[in-house]
Write a protein that binds this ligand. Structure first.
Ligand SMILES: Cc1cc2nc3c(=O)[nH]c(=O)nc-3n(C[C@H](O)[C@H](O)[C@H](O)COP(=O)(O)OP(=O)(O)OC[C@H]3O[C@@H](n4cnc5c(N)ncnc54)[C@H](O)[C@@H]3O)c2cc1C
Length: 387
C-alpha cells in the first residue's frame, strides 16, 4: 500500500501552502491528493487576486499582515513572483451608517497593527480614483498597502517549492473515504488511485470541503457560494494601478487586470444549485448598469459577455477560516472556510497549520479563535456585512 506521513486533500492554494510549510519545517513524506487533472482547476484558478488587510476583525487583519510579510519574501522563498502590487483598496460609503461601519473597522485595523489604513473624504476619493461618480459618496476608507496578487503564481510557487522539498503530488486522485480507528483517527485514505496509509490528513478541499469532512464523519459547515465576474473588452480607459474600488453598501467593485476592467457584485447564488457556476445573463445586465451609473467612462466600453466567469467561495457561518484539528477526528486537520479570502490568506494559514500539525499549536499567531469546533461551542466570530 502507498504510504504518506501527511496526506493533503486538495492541491489548490491552501493545500499547496500547507504542504510546502510542512516540508519546510522538516516534515517528510507529504503527499498532495487532488481529483483534478492539474493545478488551478478549483477556486484558486477563478479568483481575481485581490489582497487586503482592511477587515473588521483583528484576526483577519493579523492574518493579512502575516500573509503580506510572506508575500514580500515569496519570490526569494519559492522562486516565483506572487504579483503583489500595492495599488490600494478604496472603500466608498454612500450613507452615514456605511461610513460608521468603515470607521469601526479602521479602529480594529489600527489596534491590530494596520496603521496605514485611513479615512478618506469625497475629495480624497476623487484624487485616488478620478473615474468615480462622486454624487452620492459621503466618504470612505483607503489602505495603500492593500492591492493585488496573482493566485495562480502563488499556487505555482508553493507547488514548485514543495516539490523541491520532496512533497509528492498526485493529480486525478479523488479521495473517496477513510479508514478510521474507534476514536475517529484516520489511518488510511481511500482514493480512486488506491488506498494510502497515513499518520494524518489535511482537508484542503476548498468549496468541496464539507463532502470530504463527511467522509470522515466529522462534519464542518462549509458551503459553496457562486461569485460571478464580467470583464470589459481590452481597453486602456482606466489605469492598471487604479485601486480596487468597492461600494461598501452593496459590495459592487471593480479593478483593472490584464488590460480589462473586471466588474463584480456579490449575489446570493443559485437556489437549489449550490455548485452551479454558470453566469446569469441578467446578472451581467445588472452589474453593467451599476458600472455605467458609478463609473461613467465605462459607458463607452463594451462588455465582453463571452469572457465572463464564475467560481465558488467556500463560506463558513461567520465568514472566517477554520484552522486546526477536527473535533471528531483528531488527526484530520481543517484549512477551510476562508469565505472568499483564501488566496490572500494562504501564506499565513498554511504556515500556521503546519505549526499546529508539527508542534501541537501555532506560535506565530494566536489562532485559537479559528478552531473548527467554535460553531458547536457557540463561539462564532463577529460578522461584518461591510468588511
Ligand atoms: C470569483 C472568485 C473570486 C475570488 N477572488 C479572491 C480574491 O480576490 N482574493 C482572495 O484571496 N481570494 C479570492 N477568492 C477566493 C479563493 O479563490 C479561495 O478562497 C481559495 O482559492 C481557496 O483555495 P483552496 O485551495 O481552499 O480551494 P481550491 O482552489 O478550490 O482547491 C481545492 C481542491 O480540492 C480538490 N478536491 C475537492 N474534493 C476532492 C476530493 N474528494 N478528492 C481530491 N481532491 C478534491 C479540488 O479538485 C481542488 O483542486 C475568489 C474566489 C472566487 C470564486
Amino acid at each position: 500500500m502507498r504510504r504518506a506521513a501527511v496526506a493533503v486533500i486538495g492541491g489548490g492554494v491552501m493545500g499547496a501552502s500547507v504542504a510546502y510549510h510542512l516540508a519546510a519545517r522538516g516534515q517528510r513524506d507529504v503527499l498532495i491528493l487532488d481529483r483534478a487533472q492539474g493545478p488551478g482547476l478549483g477556486s484558486t484558478g477563478r479568483a481575481t487576486g485581490g489582497f487586503r488587510a482592511q477587515y473588521g476583525t483583528a484576526i483577519n487583519v493579523r492574518l493579512s499582515l502575516l500573509a503580506r510579510a510572506r508575500l514580500q519574501a515569496f519570490r526569494d522563498e519559492t522562486g516565483v513572483d506572487p504579483g503583489y502590487v500595492q495599488a490600494g483598496y478604496l472603500w466608498l460609503a454612500v450613507s452615514e451608517s456605511e461610513r460608521r461601519a468603515l470607521d469601526a473597522g479602521r479602529r480594529v485595523q489600527h489596534e491590530a497593527g494596520l496603521h496605514e489604513a485611513v479615512a478618506v473624504t469625497p475629495e480624497d476619493i476623487g484624487r485616488l480614483n478620478p473615474a468615480i461618480e462622486l454624487r452620492d459618496v459621503v466618504g470612505g476608507a483607503f489602505c495603500p498597502s492593500d492591492g493585488f496578487i496573482r493566485p495562480l503564481q502563488i499556487l505555482e510557487g508553493y507547488l514548485a517549492a514543495a516539490a523541491r522539498l520532496g512533497v509528492r503530488t498526485e493529480w486525478e486522485a479523488t479521495v473517496t473515504g477513510f479508514r478510521q480507528a474507534e476514536d475517529g483517527r484516520i489511518h488510511e485514505v481511500e482514493t480512486s488511485a488506491g488506498p494510502v496509509s497515513v499518520d494524518a490528513a489535511v482537508n484542503a478541499a476548498g468549496p468541496w470541503a464539507a463532502a470530504v469532512a463527511d467522509l470522515a464523519g466529522a462534519p464542518i459547515p462549509v458551503t459553496p457560494l457562486r461569485r460571478q465576474i464580467v470583464p470589459t473588452v481590452p481597453c486602456d480607459l482606466l489605469p492598471p494601478r487604479m485601486p480596487m474600488t468597492i461600494w461598501a453598501g452593496d459590495g459592487f467593485h471593480l479593478r483593472v487586470r490584464d488590460g480589462r476592467v473586471l466588474l463584480l457584485w456579490p449575489t446570493p447564488g443559485q437556489p437549489g444549485r449550490p455548485f452551479d457556476v454558470t453566469v446569469d445573463p441578467a446578472w451581467i445586465e445588472a452589474v453593467t448598469a451599476m458600472a455605467h451609473a458609478r463609473v461613467p467612462q465605462l459607458r463607452s466600453v463594451a462588455i465582453d459577455h463571452s469572457a465572463a466567469w464564475a467560481g465558488l467561495y467556500e463560506m463558513s457561518p461567520d465568514k472566517h477560516a477554520m484552522l486546526g484539528a477536527s473535533p471528531q477526528c483528531p488527526n484530520l486537520y481543517c484549512i477551510n472556510g476562508s469565505s472568499g479570502h483564501g488566496v490572500m490568506h494562504s501564506p499565513a494559514l498554511g504556515q500556521l497549520l503546519a505549526e499546529i500539525i508539527c508542534d501541537g499549536s501555532a506560535t506565530t499567531l494566536d489562532v485559537r479563535c479559528l478552531q473548527p469546533d467554535r460553531f458547536e461551542r457557540g463561539a462564532l466570530l463577529p460578522v461584518s456585512e461591510v468588511l
